[in-house]
Design a protein around this ligand. Structure first.
Ligand SMILES: N[C@@H](CCC(=O)N[C@@H](CS)C(=O)NCC(=O)O)C(=O)O
Length: 214
């Protein structure tokens, strides 16, 4: 039942990652779009996500925030979709998910905000070291492909692939053949096309008015 799975999002947000994962899983879900600003900060919504951010999924009584967690959660609770890792894939899968959600996202965000350091002591304290090291780390995680875990597409490809797709789209990651080839391969999936069409259709009404003062 769609009532068991509710999705809070804005069409111009990381919610597109969660939407793609929902479409991959193929279970019915209900979407509630939220505009940036007052709608996202309304008490009814901050009671669900005190961070006042999207995306969120609510599955029964379980609230899941954080795109990487949403992808991993949906893969776990809907094993029939075959998007979680086998035992042999688990190490690579978690490594890629956590690397992309933490060090990689920080590296890309800090750089696009114009923040960097040449001080080796400071870069040694940062989880990503330097932007260049994070990008090299990402390339090595992709390995020979075609997917993060090897021959099989998993939820890690939804999350890591989205980071790469957004990075290439915004020009915050280098256009290397490894990245563009991988992005093109995973963006060709039917679930991605369906998810994109749904969010593109909602753009005129709900996006992209970004938050003011947050
Ligand atoms: N770490 C969160 C980030 C969520 C996030 O920053 N969402 C943005 C849109 S992409 C948001 O809701 N911004 C509204 C605000 O901060 O006011 C995740 O991965 O889901």
């Amino acid at each position: 039942m769609a009532g068991d799975l509710k999705f809070y999002t804005n069409p111009m947000s990381r919610g597109r990652i969660a939407r793609w994962m929902l479409e991959e899983v193929g279970q019915p879900y209900e979407t509630q779009f939220l505009r940036y600003g007052p709608e996202m900060n309304a008490p009814a919504y901050t009671a669900i996500n005190p961070m006042a951010k999207v995306p969120v999924i609510v599955h029964g009584n379980t609230v899941v925030t954080e795109c990487a967690a949403i992808c991993a959660y949906l893969a776990d609770v809907f094993p029939g979709a075959g998007l979680g890792p086998t035992d042999a894939e688990r190490g690579k899968y978690y490594r890629a998910m956590f690397f992309a959600a933490g060090p990689l996202e920080q590296a890309v965000t800090n750089r696009s905000m114009g923040w960097a350091t040449d001080d080796p002591q400071k870069s040694g304290m940062m989880g990503y070291g330097s932007f260049e090291r994070a990008i090299d780390g990402l390339k090595s995680l992709l390995g020979d492909g075609p997917y993060i875990c090897g021959d099989r597409f998993t939820a890690a490809d939804v999350y890591v692939g989205s980071q790469i797709g957004w990075g290439l789209g915004f020009g915050t990651m280098p256009e290397t053949p490894e990245f563009t080839g991988y992005r093109d391969r995973i963006y060709a999936r039917e679930a991605f096309t369906r998810a994109k069409a749904l969010d593109d259709a909602a753009m005129a009404e709900y996006g992209p008015n970004m938050p003011s003062g947050s």
